[in-house]
Design a protein around this ligand. Structure first.
Ligand SMILES: NC(=O)c1ccc[n+]([C@@H]2O[C@H](COP(=O)([O-])OP(=O)(O)OC[C@H]3O[C@@H](n4cnc5c(N)ncnc54)[C@H](OP(=O)(O)O)[C@@H]3O)[C@@H](O)[C@H]2O)c1
Length: 398
C-alpha cells in the first residue's frame, strides 16, 4: 500500500479529493485488512467531519456481519456521535440490497451523512446501484480515489465474482517437510490444538468444506465445525466430497443433518460450479494431496492457509502430488497476505502461514530492435536456453 498522500484517483477520474479525504481513504484501506477473506470482500470505512477530522473507522468482519459502513455508523451511535453533514470514505461502493444485513445506503442516509467517497464500484449484481440510490436521496457521491489499491485488496474476490464461482480457501496442515500424513496413513493430528481450533473457527464461517473421496475412506472425518470443547458450532458448513467413488453409507461425513453432498467429478471447475449453483460462495478445500493439487493446478485458489508443524516425517503423503511444473521459471508464485491477522501467526507450536496468489503483472514486451551483427563474425548458433557447461555441473553450480 502506498504511503500517506500516495493514493491516486483512477485513470480518467477528474474529481478533486482533499488531503484529508486521501488520508481517510488510506485509513479505510488499512482498516479493511482486519477482516477475513471469503464470500464477501474486505471493506473499510472512515467518517470524517467537515474539518477533515477522522471520527470513526469501521470494517467488515465477514459474511453475515455488519458491512464496514454500518459498522462505522454503529460505533458512532454507540458513543453518541452525530454524523450529520459528515463525509464517509469507503473502499467499495455502498450496497443497496437487503442481504443478511440491511442496505448500507439506508444506514448512510439515516445517519445524515451528506458526502460519500468510494474507491471502486461493486460488481456484485444484487449489491450494485448504491451510488445511484444515494444520489437520488441528495447525497453527494464521488468515486475513484484509491481505486487501484481497492481493486488490488480484493483482486481474488473480484475474480471469483466475475467467474461466478465460490471464493476458494485452500487449507494445508503439514509437517516441516511438507507431509500431510505418515506412511501408515496416520495424520491425526499433525497440527497443534490451537491450529485445529483456528481451522474449526474458519469452518464455522464458510459455506462449504471440500475433501477427496480418499480422505473420506482413509480418515473418515466428520468435517463439522466444533468449539474447542468439542460442541457443534452454531453455524455449520456444507460438507462436500469430490470424486467418482461412492461415499460409504456409514461414512462419518454424511452425518444426519442433511448437509453432506457428493460431487461425482474429478474436475475442480465442475465441483465449484455445482457448489455455486447451490448458493455456496466460499469453500475451503481441506485435502488430501490430490485434491489440493488439482485446485492449485487449475489456478482456482484465492487464499492459502498453511499450518506448519515443527515435525519431520521424512516419508508419507506429500502435501502436493504435482502441479505439472517442471522448471523453476514456471513455479507458482504466492505473496504474503497482510489481511486477517497477517501473513504469519504462531498457533501453539505451529506457524500459520497466510498467502494469496501473486498479482499477475503484465510485463513490458522485450524490445524487438534487431541488434547489429558485429563486423566479420558469422552468426553463432543459439542455444534454446542458457545451459551450464560440464565444468559448471561438476562444481554443482553453487
Ligand atoms: N493434513 C491434512 O490437512 C490433511 C487433510 C486431508 C487429508 N489428509 C490426508 O491426505 C491423504 C489423502 O490424500 P490423497 O491425495 O490420497 O486423496 P484425496 O486427495 O483425499 O482424494 C483423492 C481421490 O479423490 C478423487 N478425485 C477427485 N478429483 C480428483 C482430481 N482432480 N485428481 C485426482 N483425484 C481426484 C479420486 O478418487 P475417485 O476415484 O473417487 O474419483 C482420488 O483418488 C490421507 O492420508 C489424509 O489423511 C491430510
Amino acid at each position: 500500500m502506498t504511503g500517506t498522500m500516495g493514493l491516486q484517483p483512477a485513470a480518467g477520474v477528474v474529481t478533486a479529493f482533499s488531503p484529508d479525504e486521501t488520508r481517510a481513504m488510506e485509513a479505510a484501506l488499512k482498516a479493511a485488512l482486519n477482516g477475513p477473506r471469503g464470500a464477501n470482500p474486505l471493506v473499510g470505512a472512515v467518517v470524517i467531519d467537515p474539518d477533515g477530522r477522522q471520527l470513526v473507522t469501521g470494517y467488515h468482519r465477514g459474511a453475515g456481519t455488519a458491512h464496514a459502513e454500518a459498522d462505522a455508523i454503529a460505533q458512532a451511535a454507540a458513543v453518541g456521535l452525530d454524523l450529520s453533514g459528515c463525509t464517509m470514505m469507503v473502499t467499495l461502493e455502498p450496497c443497496d440490497h437487503v442481504g443478511r444485513t440491511g442496505p448500507c445506503t439506508e444506514a448512510i442516509i439515516a445517519a445524515g451523512i451528506t458526502d460519500v467517497v468510494y474507491a471502486v464500484d461493486d460488481p456484485h449484481d444484487p449489491a450494485a446501484g448504491g451510488a445511484a440510490t444515494l444520489r437520488a436521496a441528495g447525497v453527494r457521491v464521488r468515486s475513484g480515489l484509491g481505486a487501484d489499491e481497492a481493486l488490488d485488496l480484493n483482486r481474488q474476490w473480484f475474480e471469483a465474482v466475475e467467474a461466478r464461482r465460490p471464493f476458494v480457501t485452500l487449507h494445508i496442515a503439514q509437517t516441516l517437510d511438507a507431509r500431510i500424513a505418515a506412511e501408515d496413513g496416520t495424520s491425526q493430528w499433525i497440527s497443534s490444538p490451537e491450529s485445529l481450533a483456528d481451522n474449526h473457527a474458519i469452518r464455522s464461517r464458510i459455506d462449504a468444506i471440500l475433501v477427496g473421496t480418499q480422505t473420506v475412506l482413509v480418515d473418515n472425518p466428520r468435517l463439522t465445525a466444533r468449539t474447542p470443547s468439542g460442541q457443534p458450532a452454531t453455524s455449520q458448513p456444507v460438507r462436500a466430497v469430490m470424486g467418482l467413488r461412492e461415499v460409504p453409507a456409514d461414512a462419518a461425513i454424511l452425518g444426519d443433518d442433511g448437509l453432506a453432498v457428493h460431487l461425482p467429478t474429478r474436475d475442480p471447475h465442475e465441483a465449484l460450479s455445482m457448489l455455486y449453483a447451490s448458493g455456496i460462495r466460499h469453500v475451503m478445500v481441506e485435502g488430501g494431496s490430490r485434491i489440493l493439487s488439482s485446485f492449485l493446478s487449475a489456478g482456482l485458489v484465492d487464499e492459502l492457509i498453511v499450518y506448519l508443524a515443527p515435525t519431520l516425517l521424512g516419508s508419507g503423503t506429500p502435501a502436493l502430488n504435482g502441479l505439472g511444473i517442471t522448471s523453476l521459471p514456471d513455479a507458482q508464485q504466492w505473496e504474503w497476505d497482510a489481511s486477517d491477522g497477517g501473513p504469519v501467526r504462531t498457533l501453539g507450536r505451529d506457524l500459520r502461514l497466510h498467502l494469496r496468489p501473486q498479482r499477475r503483472v503484465a510485463l513490458d514486451p522485450i524490445p524487438s530492435d534487431p541488434q547489429p551483427e558485429p563486423y566479420g563474425t558469422d552468426p553463432q548458433p543459439t542455444d534454446p536456453q542458457p545451459s551450464r557447461t560440464a565444468a559448471d555441473q561438476a562444481q554443482g553450480g553453487y
